[in-house]
Design a protein around this ligand. Structure first.
Ligand code: PML
Length: 279
Protein backbone atom coordinates (compact mmCIF):
# COMPACT_ATOMS: atom_id res chain seq x y z
CA UNK A 1 0.00 0.00 0.00
CA UNK A 2 1.24 3.46 -0.87
CA UNK A 3 -0.63 6.55 0.27
CA UNK A 4 0.31 10.03 -0.85
CA UNK A 5 -0.92 13.59 -0.90
CA UNK A 6 -0.45 16.33 -3.46
CA UNK A 7 0.92 19.45 -1.81
CA UNK A 8 1.72 22.79 -3.33
CA UNK A 9 5.47 23.27 -3.27
CA UNK A 10 6.76 26.71 -2.22
CA UNK A 11 6.99 29.45 -4.84
CA UNK A 12 10.52 29.73 -6.08
CA UNK A 13 12.33 32.74 -7.45
CA UNK A 14 14.12 32.24 -10.77
CA UNK A 15 16.35 34.58 -12.75
CA UNK A 16 15.14 35.20 -16.30
CA UNK A 17 17.39 35.66 -19.35
CA UNK A 18 17.45 39.45 -18.90
CA UNK A 19 18.51 38.91 -15.31
CA UNK A 20 15.22 39.94 -13.69
CA UNK A 21 14.05 37.98 -10.72
CA UNK A 22 10.53 36.60 -11.12
CA UNK A 23 8.41 34.25 -9.06
CA UNK A 24 7.73 30.89 -10.62
CA UNK A 25 4.26 29.39 -10.30
CA UNK A 26 4.07 26.86 -7.51
CA UNK A 27 3.76 23.21 -8.49
CA UNK A 28 1.98 20.26 -6.98
CA UNK A 29 4.38 17.75 -5.51
CA UNK A 30 3.48 14.25 -4.33
CA UNK A 31 4.29 13.68 -0.64
CA UNK A 32 4.52 10.21 0.82
CA UNK A 33 2.06 9.67 3.68
CA UNK A 34 2.12 5.98 4.48
CA UNK A 35 3.41 2.70 3.10
CA UNK A 36 3.00 -0.92 4.11
CA UNK A 37 3.35 -4.37 2.66
CA UNK A 38 3.55 -8.03 3.54
CA UNK A 39 3.29 -11.60 2.25
CA UNK A 40 -0.12 -13.09 3.00
CA UNK A 41 -2.35 -16.07 2.26
CA UNK A 42 -5.14 -15.47 -0.29
CA UNK A 43 -7.72 -15.87 2.48
CA UNK A 44 -6.21 -12.88 4.35
CA UNK A 45 -6.39 -10.40 1.47
CA UNK A 46 -9.71 -8.73 2.37
CA UNK A 47 -8.70 -8.25 6.00
CA UNK A 48 -5.31 -6.82 5.04
CA UNK A 49 -6.80 -4.38 2.49
CA UNK A 50 -9.08 -3.04 5.22
CA UNK A 51 -6.21 -2.75 7.69
CA UNK A 52 -3.94 -0.90 5.24
CA UNK A 53 -6.73 1.42 4.03
CA UNK A 54 -7.65 2.44 7.58
CA UNK A 55 -4.01 3.02 8.38
CA UNK A 56 -3.56 5.29 5.36
CA UNK A 57 -6.74 7.25 6.10
CA UNK A 58 -5.82 7.82 9.75
CA UNK A 59 -2.14 8.59 9.38
CA UNK A 60 -0.68 11.36 11.59
CA UNK A 61 1.12 12.80 8.54
CA UNK A 62 -2.24 13.83 7.06
CA UNK A 63 -5.08 12.57 4.89
CA UNK A 64 -3.91 11.08 1.59
CA UNK A 65 -5.64 11.94 -1.66
CA UNK A 66 -4.33 8.80 -3.32
CA UNK A 67 -4.08 5.26 -1.90
CA UNK A 68 -2.69 2.59 -4.19
CA UNK A 69 -3.00 -1.05 -3.15
CA UNK A 70 -1.22 -3.62 -5.27
CA UNK A 71 -1.80 -7.37 -4.92
CA UNK A 72 0.76 -9.60 -6.54
CA UNK A 73 0.99 -13.39 -6.78
CA UNK A 74 4.30 -14.73 -5.45
CA UNK A 75 5.55 -17.73 -7.41
CA UNK A 76 8.99 -18.18 -5.89
CA UNK A 77 9.12 -20.18 -2.66
CA UNK A 78 9.99 -17.72 0.14
CA UNK A 79 13.24 -18.12 2.06
CA UNK A 80 12.55 -18.69 5.77
CA UNK A 81 14.69 -16.67 8.19
CA UNK A 82 14.63 -15.96 11.97
CA UNK A 83 13.79 -12.50 13.30
CA UNK A 84 16.60 -10.47 14.86
CA UNK A 85 16.62 -10.34 18.67
CA UNK A 86 14.93 -7.16 19.94
CA UNK A 87 16.39 -4.89 22.63
CA UNK A 88 15.72 -1.27 23.61
CA UNK A 89 18.66 0.98 24.47
CA UNK A 90 18.16 3.31 27.42
CA UNK A 91 18.46 6.91 26.16
CA UNK A 92 17.34 9.91 28.16
CA UNK A 93 18.00 12.66 25.62
CA UNK A 94 18.40 13.15 21.89
CA UNK A 95 22.16 13.62 22.38
CA UNK A 96 22.38 10.35 24.26
CA UNK A 97 20.40 8.61 21.52
CA UNK A 98 22.67 9.94 18.75
CA UNK A 99 25.72 9.10 20.81
CA UNK A 100 24.48 5.53 21.27
CA UNK A 101 23.89 5.15 17.52
CA UNK A 102 27.38 6.40 16.71
CA UNK A 103 29.04 4.16 19.31
CA UNK A 104 27.18 1.06 18.09
CA UNK A 105 27.99 1.80 14.44
CA UNK A 106 31.67 2.37 15.28
CA UNK A 107 31.72 -0.95 17.11
CA UNK A 108 30.44 -2.53 13.91
CA UNK A 109 33.42 -0.94 12.12
CA UNK A 110 31.39 1.59 10.20
CA UNK A 111 33.66 4.55 9.40
CA UNK A 112 32.97 8.16 10.50
CA UNK A 113 32.51 9.11 6.87
CA UNK A 114 29.86 6.43 6.33
CA UNK A 115 28.07 7.45 9.56
CA UNK A 116 28.07 11.12 8.47
CA UNK A 117 26.69 10.17 5.06
CA UNK A 118 23.86 8.23 6.72
CA UNK A 119 22.92 11.08 9.08
CA UNK A 120 23.01 13.49 6.15
CA UNK A 121 20.60 11.32 4.12
CA UNK A 122 18.28 11.02 7.13
CA UNK A 123 18.39 14.74 7.91
CA UNK A 124 17.48 15.72 4.34
CA UNK A 125 14.71 13.10 4.05
CA UNK A 126 14.46 13.37 0.27
CA UNK A 127 14.41 9.64 -0.46
CA UNK A 128 11.46 7.28 -0.75
CA UNK A 129 13.56 4.17 -0.07
CA UNK A 130 16.89 3.52 1.64
CA UNK A 131 20.42 4.59 0.84
CA UNK A 132 23.09 1.92 0.40
CA UNK A 133 26.34 3.17 1.93
CA UNK A 134 29.70 1.43 1.87
CA UNK A 135 31.04 0.93 5.37
CA UNK A 136 34.59 2.28 4.86
CA UNK A 137 34.55 4.91 2.14
CA UNK A 138 31.00 6.04 2.82
CA UNK A 139 30.08 5.89 -0.89
CA UNK A 140 26.44 5.83 -1.95
CA UNK A 141 25.66 2.86 -4.23
CA UNK A 142 21.93 3.12 -4.98
CA UNK A 143 21.44 3.93 -8.70
CA UNK A 144 18.52 6.31 -8.13
CA UNK A 145 19.20 8.66 -5.22
CA UNK A 146 15.67 9.96 -5.03
CA UNK A 147 13.96 6.60 -5.07
CA UNK A 148 16.60 4.70 -3.09
CA UNK A 149 16.10 0.98 -2.49
CA UNK A 150 12.94 -0.53 -1.02
CA UNK A 151 13.16 -3.68 1.07
CA UNK A 152 10.13 -5.54 -0.19
CA UNK A 153 8.61 -9.05 -0.50
CA UNK A 154 8.70 -9.72 3.23
CA UNK A 155 6.40 -11.21 5.83
CA UNK A 156 6.01 -13.42 8.87
CA UNK A 157 4.15 -16.71 9.22
CA UNK A 158 1.15 -16.98 11.53
CA UNK A 159 2.86 -19.04 14.26
CA UNK A 160 5.87 -16.73 14.42
CA UNK A 161 3.58 -13.66 14.46
CA UNK A 162 1.68 -15.03 17.44
CA UNK A 163 4.90 -15.69 19.37
CA UNK A 164 6.36 -12.30 18.42
CA UNK A 165 3.17 -10.45 19.44
CA UNK A 166 3.11 -12.19 22.80
CA UNK A 167 6.81 -11.49 23.51
CA UNK A 168 6.50 -7.84 22.49
CA UNK A 169 3.31 -7.50 24.55
CA UNK A 170 5.21 -8.44 27.68
CA UNK A 171 7.54 -5.50 26.94
CA UNK A 172 4.68 -3.11 26.10
CA UNK A 173 5.82 -2.66 22.49
CA UNK A 174 3.46 -4.92 20.55
CA UNK A 175 2.62 -2.45 17.77
CA UNK A 176 2.34 -2.83 13.99
CA UNK A 177 5.15 -0.27 13.65
CA UNK A 178 7.60 -2.31 15.72
CA UNK A 179 6.63 -5.64 14.10
CA UNK A 180 6.83 -4.32 10.55
CA UNK A 181 10.14 -2.57 11.19
CA UNK A 182 11.56 -5.74 12.77
CA UNK A 183 10.47 -7.90 9.81
CA UNK A 184 12.08 -5.46 7.39
CA UNK A 185 15.28 -5.14 9.44
CA UNK A 186 15.55 -8.94 9.74
CA UNK A 187 15.35 -9.35 5.96
CA UNK A 188 17.90 -6.59 5.36
CA UNK A 189 20.34 -7.97 7.97
CA UNK A 190 20.03 -11.48 6.52
CA UNK A 191 21.82 -10.41 3.34
CA UNK A 192 25.42 -11.55 3.77
CA UNK A 193 27.04 -8.25 2.76
CA UNK A 194 24.89 -5.99 4.95
CA UNK A 195 26.70 -4.97 8.14
CA UNK A 196 24.08 -2.70 9.70
CA UNK A 197 21.00 -0.62 9.12
CA UNK A 198 20.16 2.75 10.65
CA UNK A 199 16.51 3.82 10.61
CA UNK A 200 14.80 6.99 11.76
CA UNK A 201 11.06 7.09 11.09
CA UNK A 202 9.88 9.89 8.81
CA UNK A 203 6.67 10.07 10.84
CA UNK A 204 7.02 13.41 12.71
CA UNK A 205 5.41 11.92 15.82
CA UNK A 206 7.36 8.65 15.95
CA UNK A 207 10.69 9.32 17.58
CA UNK A 208 12.07 5.81 18.15
CA UNK A 209 14.58 4.61 15.58
CA UNK A 210 16.82 1.57 15.44
CA UNK A 211 20.21 0.19 14.55
CA UNK A 212 19.98 -3.38 13.29
CA UNK A 213 22.81 -5.82 12.63
CA UNK A 214 23.55 -9.56 12.64
CA UNK A 215 25.95 -8.92 15.51
CA UNK A 216 23.75 -7.03 17.99
CA UNK A 217 20.26 -7.66 16.64
CA UNK A 218 17.51 -5.04 16.47
CA UNK A 219 18.46 -2.24 18.89
CA UNK A 220 15.65 0.25 19.41
CA UNK A 221 16.78 3.83 20.02
CA UNK A 222 14.10 5.96 21.73
CA UNK A 223 14.20 9.73 21.20
CA UNK A 224 16.46 9.72 18.15
CA UNK A 225 14.73 12.86 16.87
CA UNK A 226 12.56 15.70 18.17
CA UNK A 227 8.77 15.32 18.09
CA UNK A 228 7.46 17.12 15.01
CA UNK A 229 10.66 16.69 13.02
CA UNK A 230 10.06 15.58 9.44
CA UNK A 231 13.52 14.12 8.97
CA UNK A 232 13.82 10.39 8.60
CA UNK A 233 15.02 7.59 6.39
CA UNK A 234 16.98 4.38 6.21
CA UNK A 235 20.64 3.64 5.48
CA UNK A 236 22.01 0.16 4.77
CA UNK A 237 25.74 -0.11 5.49
CA UNK A 238 27.41 -2.69 3.25
CA UNK A 239 30.86 -4.14 2.70
CA UNK A 240 33.07 -2.37 0.15
CA UNK A 241 33.11 -3.79 -3.37
CA UNK A 242 29.76 -5.57 -3.30
CA UNK A 243 27.66 -6.08 -6.41
CA UNK A 244 24.88 -3.50 -6.10
CA UNK A 245 22.52 -5.28 -8.50
CA UNK A 246 22.67 -8.45 -6.40
CA UNK A 247 21.75 -6.68 -3.16
CA UNK A 248 18.92 -4.75 -4.83
CA UNK A 249 17.62 -7.99 -6.33
CA UNK A 250 17.61 -9.65 -2.89
CA UNK A 251 16.04 -6.73 -1.04
CA UNK A 252 13.40 -5.80 -3.60
CA UNK A 253 12.52 -9.07 -5.32
CA UNK A 254 13.38 -12.18 -3.26
CA UNK A 255 10.49 -13.27 -1.00
CA UNK A 256 11.55 -13.78 2.62
CA UNK A 257 9.40 -14.86 5.56
CA UNK A 258 10.17 -14.81 9.29
CA UNK A 259 9.55 -18.36 10.49
CA UNK A 260 11.19 -18.24 13.91
CA UNK A 261 11.27 -15.58 16.59
CA UNK A 262 14.49 -14.90 18.47
CA UNK A 263 14.57 -13.36 21.96
CA UNK A 264 12.89 -10.06 22.83
CA UNK A 265 14.66 -8.39 25.75
CA UNK A 266 13.86 -5.32 27.82
CA UNK A 267 15.84 -2.11 28.19
CA UNK A 268 19.64 -2.14 28.50
CA UNK A 269 22.30 0.57 28.53
CA UNK A 270 24.53 1.14 25.53
CA UNK A 271 27.49 0.29 27.76
CA UNK A 272 26.25 -3.27 27.98
CA UNK A 273 26.73 -3.43 24.23
CA UNK A 274 30.04 -1.58 24.30
CA UNK A 275 31.43 -3.76 27.07
CA UNK A 276 30.23 -6.76 25.14
CA UNK A 277 28.27 -7.99 28.13
CA UNK A 278 25.38 -8.43 25.80
CA UNK A 279 25.06 -11.01 23.06
C1 PML B 1 9.01 3.44 10.22
O1 PML B 1 8.65 2.54 9.45
O2 PML B 1 8.45 4.52 10.28
C2 PML B 1 10.16 3.15 11.11
C3 PML B 1 9.73 2.54 12.36
C4 PML B 1 10.85 2.34 13.35
C5 PML B 1 10.36 1.52 14.51
C6 PML B 1 11.30 1.52 15.64
C7 PML B 1 10.72 0.77 16.85
O3 PML B 1 9.86 1.33 17.55
O4 PML B 1 11.12 -0.38 17.09
Amino acid sequence: MRASQKVRSQKSEVRSRNSELRTQNSKLAETHISGAEGLYETSEIQKVIKKYTLRALNHPKGRPDRIVITIEDIREKPEIIPSLPVTTIKCSSIDEAKDAVIKILRLLKISERAIDTAFDVIKKNRMRGAAIITSEKGNRLEPDRERGVRASQLGINKTALKILSSRLSRLGINTETVKEALILASKVASYEHVIAELCVSDDPYYTTGYVASKKFGYLRIPGIKHKGSKSGGRAFFVKEGINVEDIIDYLERRPVIIGKVTSCKGIISVNEILNRLYL
